[in-house]
Structure formats: structure tokens, C-alpha cells
Write a protein that binds this ligand. Structure first.
Ligand code: SF4
Ligand code: SF4
Length: 494
């Protein structure tokens, strides 16, 4: 049954999905080399466990981590580690330490890669640990380790696993293609994730502009005969795929400001993440590849490609027929929330769901446009899905007024870019809010550092004081013991 969109606003955008979604997923041949960024887009990196010159097979662990926001990395091809160095990467700041592996053309697989026949017998905790070790991360664009979200859901006793198949960005259709071609994997992964999260039900949410995916997933659900596994068809409204908005649409519950979906009893995972979990369970394969949309008017044949993590984007663009015309910008992600990339030499990351080769026709209207003063039309507020007042937020951001930014709820801004999209004055509102959030974070970190330093100083002074007091007491003790009546020549001198 179709649900209504229940978040405050949003917009039905013109889509360009048909350009890439008309053909089956292209399986990319193993590239000659992969460039694995230790930071896969979350801002936190794993630690290499291999050295330059090491021989690796497909699935060999090459970087490990205990950090909750970083994920382990495995060699997606057999070959030799030829460099570990800082390179251009699809991360904030544009650079990350990368492990570069040159392939040897063989299909050697690491001995540790074996099917997981006991996945059903593992406890939720064991399952999560195994998924962490396999480097499974959110493939919907965020890239955070799946195990971390599962732990948070169990801690908060979330009862519903919400599988996100909304995919509302206008150019991206890799999830659509995956659901159409591997619906049984999506459903198998959903069941494993439901158990790992300790949830009792699973809802798969798909936007109503994906009829083939809806049909395929409906069939796969029917084959499972599980009453606690259902499909919800939701309206195609941007940004329906954002977690908070999706939770509200499907459950009617609002995620509290500053909270997580788990605070509303829901854990969200992407459909592609579920398919990766199914691959791990059936073959033991850690996260070695993903499906990515390569699109935009700047490529000859937009398509969806399954490619090894770390594949240089130039190879993905070549698989799409190469560059067309004069692309203006290479963007990781979609036209609304994507980020510009420094070059096509960067490696595909787990978080990258789209390589958008944009021309002036695609994004030109907003690119380099002259920013005009706000005319107070209110259009930005009327579309904001978070119910914010972008016009006022903008004024606070320009004044760097931290209290006002907090009071106006800048933290609830989900960077969807809709306010930019409608602003007749071409004000880059979303960028300003992103910067404002970064400055708030920096100010909070500086304040925390100052508080820590103050606390350390106070502790230090207290210890000095205690040491001085102890020394004084010891001295007085000694003095008392040695100063018997009559010993002191000054005693009774008067
Ligand atoms: S970018 Fe932020 S402020 Fe602008 S519409 Fe989206 S949620 Fe609202
Ligand atoms: S849409 Fe632009 S011009 Fe209109 S109120 Fe918002 S910021 Fe001002």
C-alpha cells in the first residue's frame, strides 16, 4: 500500500535516472590497479596491516580498525601492494593516505574467504562483529560501519529495521538497478540485518517511481513467507531517502531533534548494504565491490557499474563510453548533495553511490551564478524538509552567531540542498549551513580543549598543593620527633 509523505515539505524534482537505468548492471573487469583510501568517506581511517611489497589475494585484510566510524579494508584483487602514500581521494579535504595495489591478473582468493553457513546460528553480537570484520559499511552514501549502527540499535532496543530503497537523488539509480537484478539478495540481507539489530520487523521502503524494483522485491518477499517482512511504497519526493524523513513517512514517528532514528525505535540500512551482507553470508566475501551509477551529460553511455572498491574513477568513466563533450565538474554523489572531486584518479569508495560527470547543462544554472541579496520570498522555508527557516539561518550563519544558529536548529539541517535549488537569489544556502555546522563543531572542540586544559591545570595545582601539604606535615613530624624538651638550644632561653 502506498504511504503519504509525512515530513513537512520536500519537492518532486525532474529526474534523469532513465539515462543510466535503461541497461543491465555492467560488471567491470578487474582494473590494473586499485587505490584504497584509508578514509572511506567518513572522516576516519583504518590502519594499514600490510607493507609495500606485500603479496595479497582477493579478500586479504589490508587495513584494520577499532574505530566505530572507520571500516576495515580488504584487497579487491590479487596482486602486490605498490605504495602506501597520501593521494587525491574522495574525502573531505580531497586527500587521504591510500594503499595502492597493482593486480597480477590472477583470481587468487584469500584462504579466509569462505561461506558463512552458520550465519543463522550466530548471536546478534557475533553477527555484528563478523560484519565489522568484513568491512561492511553503509552503501547509501554515508559509508559508516554497519556494525556500529547495529550496536546503537540494540542499545536502544529498536524494533524496526527500515531498509532504504527510496533513492531520491535525481540522477542516481544504482539501488534501483540492484533491487531489480538481485532482489533475493536484498531480502536475505534484510533478514540477517534484522536479526543482527535485534529488531522484530523489517520494512523495505521503495519510491513509487521504481515499478520494476517494487515488482522484484515483492516477489522476493513472497518467496520468504515472513509476516514481519513487508514492503512500503512511498511517494517519490526529494529528499524522501534521508533517514529522518524516511522514518517519519513510514512510521509516522518523528526522530527527535539531535537524535538518531534508533531513538524513534528504528534502524535504517540501505538496500545495497543488505545485498552486501547477503554476499558475505553466501560466499564469505568481505566488502570488495559495489554498484555505482556513472552518469551526467559528460559521459557517453550513463550506466550502473559493479566495480571493485578502489577502482580509479577514470576506469569507471571508460566503462561508460568515456567522456563526452567538455565536462565541467566531476562529482561524487548526486546533483543535490554531491561533492566535487579533485580528479578522476581517485579510487571508488564504499560510500560513493554515484559518479556524476556534470556539464554546464546539468548544473550550469547554479554554478558560478552571481549571488544576489535575499528578497525574503520565503521559498526556501516552504520546501525545507526539516521544517527550518533557511533565510534566518543564513543571516545567523553570515553573522557567525552560534547561539542563534543552534536555536534555529542548524544541526537538523540534512544538507539536502533544496533551499539552494529554489532560491531565486542564487544564495548557496546549504554550503553556508555546512560551514556553519563545521564552525560550531570547531568551537565546541576548542571549548572542550580549553575545559580539559583547565581541568588538567586545576588537577596539577591540587596535586602540588597536596604535595606541599604532605611535605610540610612530614617536616613537622620530623621536627616534633627530634625536638624533645631541652633539645632545642632556644628552648627555655628566656
Ligand atoms: S539544506 Fe538544510 S536548510 Fe536547506 S532545505 Fe535542506 S534541510 Fe532545509
Ligand atoms: S529563497 Fe532565497 S531569496 Fe527567498 S527567502 Fe530564502 S534565502 Fe531569501
Amino acid at each position: 500500500m502506498a504511504a503519504r509523505s509525512r515530513f513537512p515539505a520536500g519537492l518532486a524534482l525532474d529526474t534523469h535516472k532513465q539515462q543510466a537505468c535503461g541497461t543491465p548492471i555492467v560488471e567491470l573487469a578487474l582494473p590494473a590497479q586499485v587505490v584504497l583510501a584509508l578514509d572511506q568517506g567518513t572522516g576516519y581511517g583504518a590502519e594499514p596491516v600490510v607493507a609495500v611489497g606485500a603479496a595479497v589475494a582477493m579478500g586479504t585484510l589490508v587495513a584494520r580498525t577499532d574505530h566505530p566510524f572507520a571500516s576495515a579494508l580488504h584487497a579487491p584483487l590479487a596482486g602486490t601492494v605498490v605504495a602506501i602514500e597520501t593521494r587525491a581521494a574522495a574525502v573531505a579535504g580531497g586527500r587521504s593516505v591510500c594503499i595502492v595495489i597493482a593486480g597480477d591478473g590472477s583470481d587468487r582468493v584469500d584462504d579466509g574467504v569462505t561461506p558463512v553457513p552458520d550465519a543463522d546460528a550466530l548471536s546478534p553480537d557475533e553477527l555484528a562483529q563478523r560484519l565489522r570484520a568484513a568491512g561492511i559499511a553503509g552503501l547509501g552514501g554515508a559509508g559508516f560501519p554497519t556494525a556500529t549502527k547495529l550496536a546503537s540499535a540494540r542499545d536502544r532496543r529498536a524494533q524496526t529495521l527500515l531498509l532504504n530503497g527510496a533513492e531520491c537523488e535525481p540522477w542516481i539509480c544504482c539501488d534501483d538497478a540492484l533491487m531489480r537484478s538481485a532482489a533475493d539478495d536484498v531480502v536475505l540481507g534484510a533478514l540477517i540485518l534484522r536479526r543482527a539489530a535485534g529488531a522484530v520487523r523489517c520494512v523495505i521502503a521503495i519510491e513509487d517511481d521504481k515499478p520494476a524494483a517494487i515488482a522484484a522485491v515483492t516477489g522476493a518477499i513472497g518467496r520468504r513467507r515472513d509476516d514481519a517482512l513487508t514492503l512500503e511504497v512511498i511517494p517519490a519526493v526529494y529528499p524522501q531517502g534521508a533517514e529522518r524523513q524516511l522514518v517519519t513517512t513510514v512510521t509516522g514517528v518523528e526522530v527527535p531533534s539531535g537524535g538518531l532514528p534508533a531513538d524513534a525505535g528504528v534502524i535504517c540500512q540501505n538496500v545495497a548494504t543488505a545485498a552486501a551482507v547477503a554476499r558475505w553470508a553466501t560466499s564469505g566475501e568481505p566488502l570488495l565491490s559495489r554498484v555505482v551509477t556513472v552518469t551526467g551529460s559528460g559521459v557517453e553511455r550513463p550506466c550502473n557499474v559493479r566495480a571493485p572498491i578502489g577502482t580509479p574513477l577514470a576506469a569507471l568513466i571508460a566503462a561508460s563510453g568515456g567522456y563526452r563533450g567538455t565536462p565541467l565538474r566531476l562529482i561524487a554523489g548526486g546533483s543535490m548533495t554531491g561533492r566535487a572531486l579533485p580528479s578522476d584518479e581517485v579510487g571508488l569508495t564504499k560510500a560513493m553511490n554515484c559518479v556524476f560527470v556534470a556539464t554546464r547543462d546539468d548544473i550550469g544554472a547554479r554554478l558560478g551564478a552571481v549571488e544576489l541579496p535575499c528578497i525574503r520570498c520565503g521559498d526556501c522555508a516552504s520546501v525545507c524538509p526539516a521544517g527550518l527557516l533557511p533565510q534566518q539561518l543564513h543571516r545567523a550563519a553570515l553573522a557567525d552567531a552560534h547561539d542563534a544558529l543552534r536555536d534555529l536548529g542548524v544541526r537538523d539541517c540534512i544538507d539536502c540542498g533544496l533551499c539552494d535549488y529554489v532560491c531565486p537569489s542564487q544564495i548557496p544556502l546549504a554550503d553556508r549551513f555546512r560551514d556553519a555546522k563545521r564552525r560550531l563543531d570547531e568551537a565546541a572542540a576548542t571549548a572542550q580543549k580549553a575545559a580539559d586544559a583547565r581541568q588538567r591545570h586545576e588537577l596539577h595545582m591540587r596535586r602540588l598543593q597536596e604535595a606541599a601539604t604532605a611535605e610540610h606535615r612530614a617536616f613537622e613530624d620530623v621536627r616534633r620527633r627530634v625536638r624533645q624538651p631541652g633539645d632545642d638550644p632556644t628552648d627555655g632561653a628566656d
